[in-house]
Design a protein around this ligand. Structure first.
Ligand code: HEM
Length: 153
């Protein structure tokens, strides 16, 4: 199924190169973005799921996850990882609506990083944002589909 979706989104070798370039631009600032994400999530309705110790571990895990999404060419390790994110969240009892909302926060910070970067020529900027949009769709689709047992309960 994911292969069909990847093809449907028009993700090809050129898009994969754009994705790698994208991560090259986001990598450094992602530590701060991820730290802000957990700080904000901790103060939210689902914050009780997070404690200082797990946040430290999750920051590393989440960064690895983004790296793998944009650089792995959707290999088996990435696919397993994205499925595991859904399974773990489901086991924790994290409502998928909160996962989607949290994802939107991460995603919009990444967009800001790209749009405010004056060194990227506008046509490349557009291509990078479009690429990011396609990759996060694959990522969310995979994670949410591993939530689905819970959704139909
Ligand atoms: C919206 C609120 C969210 C909360 C409260 C939350 C909480 C958690 C917690 C507590 C775990 C750890 C489970 C464990 O180790 O026992 C976890 C795992 C994880 N979460 Fe989230 N999460 C949220 C959203 C997200 C989002 C948006 C992403 C983005 C991709 C994400 C990525 C991950 C990853 C990569 C793991 C680790 C999976 C592994 O160990 O392989 N989470 N999450």
């Amino acid at each position: 199924m994911m292969t069909l979706i990847i093809r449907y989104l028009g993700i090809d070798t050129r898009t994969q190169l754009l994705a790698e370039r994208l991560w090259g631009l986001l990598d450094e600032s992602s530590d701060l973005v991820i730290a802000d994400f957990y700080r904000r999530t901790r103060r939210s309705h689902v914050g009780f799921l997070l404690d200082e110790r797990s946040i430290k571990r999750l920051m590393v895990k989440q960064k690895e996850h983004w790296h793998s999404l944009f650089n792995s060419g959707f290999d088996q390790a990435y696919l397993r990882g994205a499925t595991k994110v859904g399974i773990m969240h489901r086991e924790l009892g994290l409502d998928p609506r909160w996962y989607v909302a949290g994802y939107a926060l991460m995603k919009s910070r990444f967009t800001e990083q790209l749009l405010f970067d004056a060194s990227i020529p506008p046509p490349l900027k557009v291509a990078l944002v479009v690429t990011r949009e396609k990759y996060v769709a694959v990522d969310m689709a995979l994670t949410l589909s591993s939530y689905s047992d819970w959704l139909v309960d």
